[in-house]
Design a protein around this ligand. Sequence first.
Ligand code: EPU
Length: 436
Amino acid sequence: MDRLVVNGGARLEGRLTASGSKNAVLPLMAAALLTDEPVVLHRVPALRDVTTMGLILKQLGVELQAEDGTLVLQAASTESLRDEPREASYDLVSTMRASVCVLGPLVARVGQARVSLPGGCVLGVRPVDMHMKGLNALGARIEVDGGYLVSDVGRRLQGSRLFLGSTFGSSVLATANVLMAATLAEGTTRITSAAMEPEIVQLVTLLQSMGARITGIGGPELLVEGVERLSGTEMTTQGDRIEAGTFLIGAAMTRGDVTIDGVDPSHLAAVTDTLGQAGAEVTCGDDWIRVQADRRLESTDVTTLPYPGFPTDLQAQHMTAMAVARGLSVITERIFPDRFMHVAELLRLGADIRKEGNQAIVSGCERLSGAPVMASDLRASAALVLAGLVAEGQTEVRRVYHIDRGYERIDARMAALGAEIRREKQPHLDPQRPDW
Ligand code: EPU
C-alpha cells in the first residue's frame, strides 16, 4: 500500500493543465452501452475509477481500447446482449458507486439488466432510490434480488413525466441514468428537477451527438424525445473542475500563485468567489484560472449545494484552508450530511474544528503540525495532502489508493508546482513472516 509523504512549507507556484474530468467521463463511458457503434473519448484521465468502469463495461460486453488518453468503446450487438445476459458484478460495483449508471442504458437498449447494488459508502448511506424511481417511471420494473438490481422488462421503455428532486436537491447520477434510458424510450420524457452539473451538460452534449433528441440542456427540466437507435460518436472530456479547484485552494492557502489551464472558469464560479472573499486574487480567461495570495486567508463560510453552488467535492479542501485562516468559519454540508471523516484527521494535525450535525465550526490556527493521517475517501485525502503543504514538519497520508481513484498522479503534479511530496510504499505486517 502506498503513502504520500509531504514536507510542509513550500508554496505552490506554476501552471498546470487540468486532467479530463472523472465525474464527466464515467457516465460518458456508460453511454457507450446505448449503441453498437464505437464511442471515442479523448482526454480520458488515467484513474482507478476509469479502470473500474472499463472493467464493468467489459463484463457487459463492451470492447475497449485505450491509447494516450483516448478510449474507444464498442458495445456488443443488441441481439448478442439479449441472447447472452451479463451482469455488473458486486466485486466491481461495490468499489465504485458511479457504476450504477450502467443500469439505465442497459435496460433501455437490451430490455434487461442485472447490476449489483453498490452497498455502503464512507460518505453516508447513499441510497439508489431516485435511480429506481426514475427508471421505474419509464417502465423498467426494477426489483432487488440477491443484492442485485434486476430488470427484465423485455420491451422498449415508455416516455414519462417524472420528478427527480429530493430534500438534498437533485441527484447527478440518477439524472444521468434516467436521461440515458429516456433517449431510447418510446415517446417523450420530461425530467423535472434534473441535476444541472457541468457533467450532466457534457453527457447531454454526447447523447445529442449520438442522435438523441434532448432540449433544456443545463437547466432543471430536460425534455427527451425517444429515438429508436443511437449512433457512435467522438468527444473530448471537459477539464476536471474538482481537481482544478483542489490545486487552486492549495495555491491560496500556501500564499502561492497557480494557473490552471483547460478548465471552464464558470464551472468553478462559487469556488473562485469564495477564494476572493477569503482574500486571494483570482483572474480568469476563457479556459484558465489563476489564483494568487500573498497573505493569510480570512475565514469564509461555505454551504455545499448542487451546481452552481459550492461543490461538496471541495468541502474538505476548503475546510483545510479555513483551518489555517484568520478567524472562525462555519462549513455546512447539505449534500452528504455525514461527509466529515476528514475532521478527525485534521484534528491530528492540530486543527481546531468542532462538528455539530451537518456543520463544522472551524477556528483558524496559526500553524498545523505534521503527523501521520489516514485517507478516508477521495476528496478527504486530497484535503489531507493540502494540510501537509502548510503543516510544520512531515505529514504522511496513508491509504492513498483513495486519492488514485480520482486524481491523476497527484504527487507528480503537486511536485511540479513546487510541493515537497513523494510516494512511498507503506511497509505492512505479514502475519506469515512476523518481523520481530
Ligand atoms: N441520493 C438519494 N437517493 C438516490 C441518489 C442520491 O437520496 O437515489 C442523495 C445522496 O445520498 C446525496 C444526494 O442525493 O445526499 C446527492 O447525491 P448525488 O446522487 O447527486 O451523488 P452522485 O450522483 O452519486 C456525484 C459525484 C460525487 C459528488 C455528487 C454530488 C460522480 C461519479 N460522483 O455522485 O462525486 O459528490 O455527485 O455532487 O459523478 C467524488 O468525485 O468524490 C464524488 C463523491
